[in-house]
Ligand binder design. Structure first.
Ligand code: ADP
Ligand code: MG
Length: 752
């Protein structure tokens, strides 16, 4: 069941960072804007407007104005953005909505600063750490009848591959050098219940801010590996931190209902142009992938903003598929577009502003996820209830035993402290010991009878021990499960006192107030323009002419703006087409190279075999090999997967000769390298003496005997040369000398 809320647009805010030192030095003495000295961006925080001027344009060129939900100039604080823009979104997630915040912009404009910030300085902490605090504080302040389960996952999309940054194998203490491993890659799947999701993505239950921060740190360690090895890897991938908050609360029908809110915190890779960065080789491939996924994102935004095109190309990239819910889906979305005020990045800044301007028109239909089938909290609750039942059942058995006349059992319920349980255990054991002692000392019993009774008591003791151990295990499991659930009404953090709560509420109210004011001002501005002419009355013809001329001038300026806009959009289109062409050329080159290898080095029959096994997986959007043995029959043919073992215990097939020589402890080179069984020639090697005196050396002299060696002998020598490995006993240093000599004498003869 889900409650449908009316549709709402994607919230788009702009943030401009201050000029950095290099940029300031380059632009010293030029105009001063709110972006700083030499900046090309002006911001009106009250109206939510960004004004951009072209540093290379002619002097009279009109400035470009864009209006957004909010804008944050370089002097704005992290807290301002959070309170005004992010806080309401996180509150919605806690109420069971899906929420997404993504940072978009050129590299170095402050995406990561906005999303993460400086963790150690509270003033400069970004959206993610503030969201962590917010989630857990709100949980601690909620009413006591609510139970929460918070989970987190962390992934990155690098070169169109989804990598799990919390992969336990990467972080396991036994893995010797985690830096040599790459995180495993995962697949995207889609289900009608939970939409698009990442299969087998690690998700960790978090009980506090500290725990979730540790997870983020762990993930960042894996990411930062690439920053050294692959040169600026961190800005070369898109990262997504996913927090799932499940809340169980009593509904109006008196039953417990579960709401699940998912929060996606996305830091996109830089949107700069390939041409500008001047990258080659591998970096170019990376850039091509980034550009492709970002242009896929752009296409999705355009298609959604347009509203007319029926097809939205979500499937063009992993990023757009993952953000499917957030763009035009059932999530509440905030886009933070980041800008730099430096003149040299005018084009990128304009592109970012256009991108953001388009995204403003996307309509989402946020709804509360109520009682979804895959809620983990429900499973936890069921498991806890089962464990509790088991424990009380055991307790019941204990009580029963007590009623039967046994002393010492005084357990009241499962809230009883551990100490008491332990005391009880010692008491029971002591009692059994006493009984055993009593039997031993009882003189009236026969020896046999005594033995039987003692054995019985011993067995009882064993049973009791087993039962206690099982109970202990159950209690531990129960406690572990229960500790994962957070219950409202408990102060998790010390500083969540009343004063702070009031302060936060005030801040929120102020933020809400200024947001409303801005909205009204924007509406008034639009209305003013429309109604101005209606109010005007003219007393004379002259006055009317003046007014109309003024209006004409205004409209003419507007027309010029629109024309310039059209020109800009065309230029932009041409540029992006050129870039796509460049990427296409690169890919065609690679394809040709691969074709060349296939055509020249792979036999056609092998190629056909491979081709026959290939199938296209539309879900994953890639070609895959069908397994040789169908999955359902693989059990039957399990031996087919195994490597044939020709010699048990050896690494590879081994000849009989090598086996024999191994047994005899012969030379180590025969251990595993002879894979053929060669029948041995037992003839003794023959050598020819090279005892020639220099005086006998004539013009036709050859050191090798030729005509004077009979044919049969020659043939034998050829044979010998092939079979110089004699029986194991024959392998001595002298044999090998002989064989070498034979070889040198025989070869030229055979060649004749
Ligand atoms: P991106 O992630 O977009 O590539 P970064 O977030 O790494 O860019 O920012 C680049 C640099 O600019 C960092 O040194 C960061 O501290 C600084 N910076 C970005 N935004 C701001 C801001 N609003 N105020 C101060 N410094 C900023
Ligand atoms: Mg970054």
């Amino acid at each position: 069941m889900s409650k449908v809320k009316s549709s709402e647009t994607v919230k788009v805010v702009i943030r401009c960072r201050p000029l950095n030192r290099k940029e300031e030095a380059a632009a010293a003495g030029v105009t001063r804007t709110s972006g700083g000295v030499g900046g090309i961006v002006e911001m009106d925080m009250r109206l939510g407007q960004v004004v951009l001027w072209n540093p290379h344009g002619p002097p009279g060129e009109p400035r470009k104005t864009f209006t957004f939900d909010s804008v944050y100039d370089p002097s704005s604080k992290q807290r301002d953005l959070y309170d005004e823009t992010v806080r309401p979104l996180i509150d919605s997630v806690l109420d069971g909505f899906n929420g997404t915040i993504f940072a978009y912009g050129q590299t170095g404009t402050g995406k990561t600063y906005t999303m993460q910030g400086v963790w150690l300085e509270p003033e400069r902490r970004g959206v993610i750490p503030n969201a962590f605090e917010h989630v857990f504080t709100q949980i601690s302040r909620s009413s006591a009848d609510r139970q929460y389960l918070v989970r987190a996952s962390y992934l990155e999309i690098y070169r169109e591959e989804i990598r799990d940054l919390l992969d336990p194998n990467m972080h396991a203490p036994h893995v010797p050098n985690v830096h040599t491993h790459t995180p495993r890659t995962l697949e995207l799947r889609e289900s009608p219940e939970s939409g698009v999701y990442v299969r087998d993505l690690t998700s960790c239950v978090c009980k506090s801010v500290k725990e979730i921060q540790e997870l983020m740190n762990l993930g960042n360690q894996v990411r930062s590996v690439g920053a050294t090895d692959m040169n600026e890897h961190s800005s070369r991938s898109h990262t997504l931190f996913l927090i799932t908050v499940e809340c169980s609360l009593p509904g109006p029908d008196g039953r417990q209902h579960i709401r699940v809110g998912r929060l996606n915190l996305v830091d996109l890779a830089g949107s700069e142009r390939q041409a500008k960065t001047g990258v080659h080789g591998e970096r170019l491939k990376e850039a091509a992938k980034i550009n492709l996924s970002l242009s896929a994102l752009g296409n999705v935004i355009s298609a959604l903003a347009d509203g007319r095109s029926g097809h939205v190309p979500y499937r063009d990239s992993k990023l757009t598929r993952l953000l499917q819910d957030s763009l035009g889906g059932n999530a509440k979305t905030v886009m933070v577009a980041t800008l730099g005020p430096a003149p040299q990045h005018y084009e990128e800044t304009l592109t970012t502003l256009r991108y953001a301007n388009r995204a403003k028109n996307i309509q989402n239909q946020p709804r509360v996820n109520e009682d979804p089938k895959d809620a983990l909290l429900r499973e936890f609750q069921k498991e806890i209830a089962w464990l509790r039942a088991q424990l009380s059942h055991r307790e019941g058995r204990g009580k029963h035993r007590k009623e039967e006349g046994e002393e010492g059992w005084d357990r009241e319920g499962d809230e009883e402290g551990e100490e008491e349980v332990e005391k009880e255990r010692t008491l029971q054991e002591g009692r059994l010991e006493e009984e055993k002692e009593a039997i031993r000392e009882d003189g009236s019993l026969l020896a046999e009878e005594k033995q039987r009774l003692l054995g019985e008591k011993e067995r009882m003791m064993g049973d009791l021990k087993k039962e206690w151990d099982a109970t202990e295990q159950l209690t531990a499991k129960y406690k572990a499960m229960e500790s994962k659930l957070l219950v409202g009404g408990k102060n998790i953090m010390d500083h969540t006192n009343e004063q702070q709560k009031t302060l936060e509420i005030r801040r929120q109210e102020i933020a809400e107030q200024s947001r409303r004011e801005r909205e009204i001002e924007q509406q008034v501005m639009v209305q003013d323009e429309e109604t101005l002419e209606l109010k005007e009355t003219f007393s004379s013809l002259q006055q009317e002419v003046e007014a109309k001329t003024k209006k004409l001038k205004k409209l003419y300026a507007k027309l010029q703006c629109v024309k310039a806009e059209i020109q800009d959009v065309n230029d932009e289109h041409v540029r992006s087409r050129q870039e796509l062409e460049q990427t296409q050329n690169q890919l065609t080159r690679e394809l040709k190279f691969k074709y060349l290898i296939i055509e020249n080095f792979i036999p056609p029959e092998e190629k056909n075999k491979i081709m026959n096994r290939l199938t296209f997986d539309p879900e994953e959007d890639q070609w895959k090999f069908t397994p040789l043995v169908p999955a359902e029959r693989s059990g039957q043919f399990s031996q087919m997967k195994k490597r044939p073992a020709s010699a048990v215990g050896y690494k590879r097939p081994i000849s009989q000769y090598a086996q024999v020589s191994l047994v005899m402890g012969a030379h180590s080179r025969y251990r595993a390298e002879n894979i053929m069984f060669l029948e041995l020639d037992m003839t003794h090697p023959t050598t020819v003496s090279l005892d020639h005196r220099p005086s006998e050396v004539g013009p036709n002299y050859s050191p090798y005997p030729t005509d004077n060696v009979p044919h049969r002998e020659r043939a034998a020598r050829v044979r010998m040369s092939r079979s110089w490995c004699q029986t194991p006993r024959a392998i001595t240093s002298s044999t090998s000398t002989v064989s070498l000599t034979t070889h040198s004498t025989a070869t030229p003869t055979a060649a004749q």
